[in-house]
Design a protein around this ligand. Structure first.
Ligand code: IMP
Ligand code: MG
Length: 172
């Protein structure tokens, strides 16, 4: 039987997102900021972050898969859905649920840099720095967490648990 333990409550998540929204407002007073969420895990974070900002935002989605059905990365990154718009000359913030090995974002940043955005930053709700294999600079971090497998608030295990309101540690 697997068990769930709340690591970060829904209230803590929302409070931190309000702070991140204010930080992004200060950094981009003009807008529009292109918030680009990585499907599917970042969808709730994107929705809450966009509404925590006063700066005008445009929202876009990209699909990348680096994980199979297990808890560890396959190490292989695939672009499964590209953007529908050009980001050339725009301020871009990539919105991600969690930075783990860094493989996904390291790859995505290389792809996006070639498209000549005006600026390119990352907002990640969670960061597991101990697990990093590829360097990634994350400008907006919600919470640094220990090396434990978490689910909820968009994060899944084999597509389950995404709709939990809290971020929970999943133990087998
Ligand atoms: P990375 O490429 O290793 O940095 O992995 C990033 C992706 O792995 C995230 O977008 C998640 O989809 C997934 N991932 C990493 N750690 C976890 C976790 O603890 N729970 C659920 N998904 C995770
Ligand atoms: Mg993901």
């Amino acid at each position: 039987m697997s068990s769930l333990r709340v690591l970060i409550s829904a209230e803590q998540i929302q409070a931190r997102i309000r702070e991140l929204g204010a930080e992004i407002d200060r950094d981009y007073p003009q807008g529009p900021v292109y918030l680009i969420a990585i499907l599917k895990g970042a969808c709730f974070f994107l929705a809450d972050l966009a509404r925590a900002m006063k700066t005008p935002a445009r929202i876009e989605f990209i699909g990348i898969s680096s994980y199979g059905r297990g808890k560890t990365s396959s190490g292989e990154v695939k672009l499964t859905k590209d953007l529908d718009v050009s980001i050339e000359g725009h301020d871009v913030v990539v919105v991600e649920d969690i930075v783990d090995s860094g493989v996904t974002l390291n790859y995505l940043l290389k792809v996006f840099e070639q498209r000549k955005p005006k600026s390119l930053r990352i907002a990640a709700l969670l960061d597991k720095p101990e697990r990093r294999q590829r360097p990634v600079e994350v400008h907006y971090v919600g919470f640094r967490i220990p090396d434990e497998f978490v689910v909820g608030y968009g994060l899944d295990y084999a597509e389950d648990y995404r709709n939990l309101r809290d971020v929970c540690v999943l133990n087998d």
